[in-house]
Design a protein around this ligand. Structure first.
Ligand SMILES: NC(=O)c1ccc[n+]([C@@H]2O[C@H](COP(=O)([O-])OP(=O)(O)OC[C@H]3O[C@@H](n4cnc5c(N)ncnc54)[C@H](OP(=O)(O)O)[C@@H]3O)[C@@H](O)[C@H]2O)c1
Length: 395
């Protein structure tokens, strides 16, 4: 038996329980991973508090670990390889594997959706890369069409053809929520997409306390504004002039953020914003605005399985989106994809402490609701800011 964090949908919580260690069937396409570290994402906490999965599902998406068994047909990996990836956990109504356990069995096409962790990266650092790194890449390259530093089936790398635009020869990219996990990867990927060319004007919205960090490599913002300042949209408009913002990523997508970002966009053909909360979530206010330039996507699209939410908001898997994930993870595996892991906060206590500590910090999905930990005085219970919450399974 092994320990796993198991959803109790009726009680809207999850607890550590003993469940069978999955067994590898050599006749099938399978991969058994011993999980060493996991990272938390707001969605894991959201769907434990508001369950759409059934009781008994294993919770959790982001993992890093070691291959302990593999079916003979799988030549791309070996026993002992250090790998990382994401699964859906209990974040859908259809049955999918979860990562917050001692072992994880991947099968069929899921076997391709892992990447080899380079020797310079710890498994704790690697655990926080897969979900937010892929989400940011999907937003920037797949949905907005910013030049990508890697290729995927049907699409070659476009870095070499990255063209400058605008009268002063610059392309302007705005990242709202620059200190989120998503934003930290988005900035790195956009910089890599422009091949280090300095005709990129990268504008970030973050707290002032993060400006020093965000100016430096690998984020390299050219302009930073405080998101607490109510007139930041006019500050951006003044900065970019008539050209407007070419591409934007709204890593918060709550309240007025989509409306404010749309007000900074320039003219066709670029002028789109990638958003990460759907209109149906009602997280952001869409009243009276043309939302056709706000393009939503869920990271799960990249897993190649239909996602059932059970509320009519199902997501169809597409081969193209899965090919994108394979291209991105191959790039990370190859070592050519020099994506710095986000700073991590290593949380104490292993699986047992995910619900009372980690999920308490992440709350029920909205940033503005992250207020449930004021009474907690432990050092690791400070608000999450520009870092990823990571647990070691062996703790
Ligand atoms: N669509 C998808 O597939 C997908 C995938 C991943 C994430 N998401 C969503 O994307 C959002 C970000 O996720 P994450 O894991 O990257 O978050 P996170 O790292 O936990 O976000 C924390 C950061 O948000 C910043 N922040 C809070 N409120 C803000 C505001 N109003 N404006 C600007 N910054 C603000 C905080 O900055 P300060 O500490 O300085 O205030 C803090 O650094 C979440 O809503 C998540 O559910 C969606």
């Amino acid at each position: 038996m092994m320990k796993g964090l198991i959803l109790n949908a009726e009680a809207k919580t999850a607890s550590v329980q003993a469940i069978p260690i999955p067994k590898l069937d050599n006749g099938k396409r399978q991969l058994l991973i011993r999980i060493e570290a996991i990272a938390l994402n707001p969605v894991d906490s959201l769907y434990v508090r508001n369950p759409i999965g059934e009781t008994g599902r294993t919770v959790g998406s982001d993992f890093a670990g070691v291959v302990v068994a593999i079916s003979p047909s799988q030549k791309h990996l070996q026993i002992g390889d250090r790998i990382a990836g994401l699964v859906q956990g209990s974040n859908s109504a259809n049955s999918r594997p979860g990562a917050f356990a001692e072992y994880l069995l991947l099968q069929d096409d899921d076997v391709d959706l892992v990447w080899k962790v380079p020797s310079w990266m710890t498994l704790e650092d690697a655990a926080g890369v897969s979900l937010c790194g892929l989400t940011a890449a999907q937003g920037a390259f797949y949905r907005l069409g910013i030049p990508a530093p890697f290729s995927w089936a049907g699409k070659s790398s476009s870095v070499a053809t990255a063209s400058a635009k605008g009268e002063d020869g610059t392309t302007t990219v705005l990242i709202y929520g620059a200190s989120t996990s998503l934003g930290l990867y988005a900035a790195q990927l956009v910089n890599l997409g422009f091949g280090g060319k300095r005709n990129l004007r990268l504008i970030g919205l973050a707290s002032k306390s993060k400006f020093e960090m965000l100016k430096k490599e690998p984020y390299h913002y050219t302009h930073l504004l405080d998101y607490h300042s109510p007139d930041w949209p006019s500050q951006v408009r003044e900065m970019v002039g008539e050209q407007g913002v070419d591409y934007a990523l709204d890593c918060i997508s709550e309240g007025d953020t989509v409306r404010n970002i749309l007000s900074t966009l320039g003219k066709e053909p670029h002028n789109k914003v990638a958003i990460f909360r759907s209109k149906q979530s009602r997280a952001w206010d869409s009243d009276g605005i043309d939302t056709s330039k706000a393009i939503y996507g869920a990271v799960w699209e990249g897993l190649g399985h239909d996602i059932v939410y059970g509320n009519g908001m199902n997501i169809r898997a597409t081969e193209e989106s899965r090919n994108f994930t394979v291209g991105f993870y191959n790039w990370l595996s190859s070592g050519r994809g020099k994506l710095e892991p986000n700073p991590i906060r290593l949380m104490p206590g292993g699986l047992e402490r995910i619900v009372p500590d980690g999920f308490a910090l992440l709350g029920g999905g909205r940033m503005e609701d992250r207020d449930g930990v004021r009474e907690r005085t432990e050092e690791w219970m400070r608000p999450v800011s520009a870092e990823k919450l990571v647990y070691k399974i062996s703790d």
